[in-house]
Design a binder for this molecule. Sequence first.
Ligand SMILES: [Zn+2]
Length: 375
Amino acid sequence: MNFLEYLIGHQAEMVDTLRTVVSYESPSREKILLDRLTAYLAELFCSIGADVKILEQPEAGNHLRASWGEGKEQALILCHIDTVWPMGEIDKRPFRIVDGKAYGPGVYDMKGGLVQAIFALKSIIAIQKKVPRKIVFLCTSDEEIGSQTSCSLIEAEAHNSAFVLVPEPAANGKQGAAKLSRNAWGMYDMKIIGRSAHAGGDHNKGINALEEMAHQILKLQAMTDYDIGTTVSVGEAQGGAGYNVIPGLATAKVDLRASTKKELAAAHVKIMGLTPFLKGAAVIVTGGINRPPLLATKANTLLYEKARRYAEELGFELPGVHVGGVSDGNLTSAIGVATLDGIGAVGDGAHAVHENVLLEALAPRAALLAKLLAE
Ligand SMILES: [Zn+2]
């Protein structure tokens, strides 16, 4: 029996596991829920003979490290267990299967990929029993909110790894493309200080922080240049206290994406250096670059070429594309470790209500992961 035959034979079990993993909902900031899913996964990894360590976090959700096999070298599978969906979403959209697709919060990003990777390991254990290097899973709880508590862990684990596989959702719907490069990400908080005053009696004495912010928002949005791959989006803005008060304070959250280090640095300098339009107003920007771009480095490309050949042997094509969204693959690639990202579930609708996973692709995609880990 080969990996693919084993995995096709275990497709129903894979779907059942996916149902369970999706049903344990896991919003990035809900420690109790995250820890529950981590505990379930710890048991699952234990049951297949992996060494499991729960990496306790005081406030964030716990992370999980599971390893199987022997050897000085290790291969890293990097998964996040958190989703962007709030608590209770599972009651509105429970796990369900319609026309060969599985639906539910987080099914595509990235619980489908997580389950594929677990079954890839199961198929290796069932068939091959030995691997050229240790297989290490790192399942983190805070990728969707910037990986603050997992970043150093991810980098340390990647440092010890020959290569990193990131079963984040594949791109381009049914094509199931790998993500060969990703944008960089910056997050900024803008605070604007004006001067509050009575809107009727003292209009000339006020400095309207919202007026100042309107100028800044237009300037920020205008930094977007699709041709060079830089986008800026003001995602949240707050300020003011009613009709008759000239607002003295306004705040905004700004999202920056860039496809190269050079453009990232240039945009960062621009955002940090914003100056006020109105006399007497102040603009204070904090925050910064969250992660560098994931680039199609030589090491990454070699790993991708290998995966593409294996995919061909398994009977499917594995195109490669650039995407705007980031992942923890940005972190591992940036420290120079060969990283292959976007080789998880085939489907559609990450972070959207129609999020779904193509069931017929579960086994072949898991088989690809198994081949990459075992050969
Ligand atoms: Zn993801």
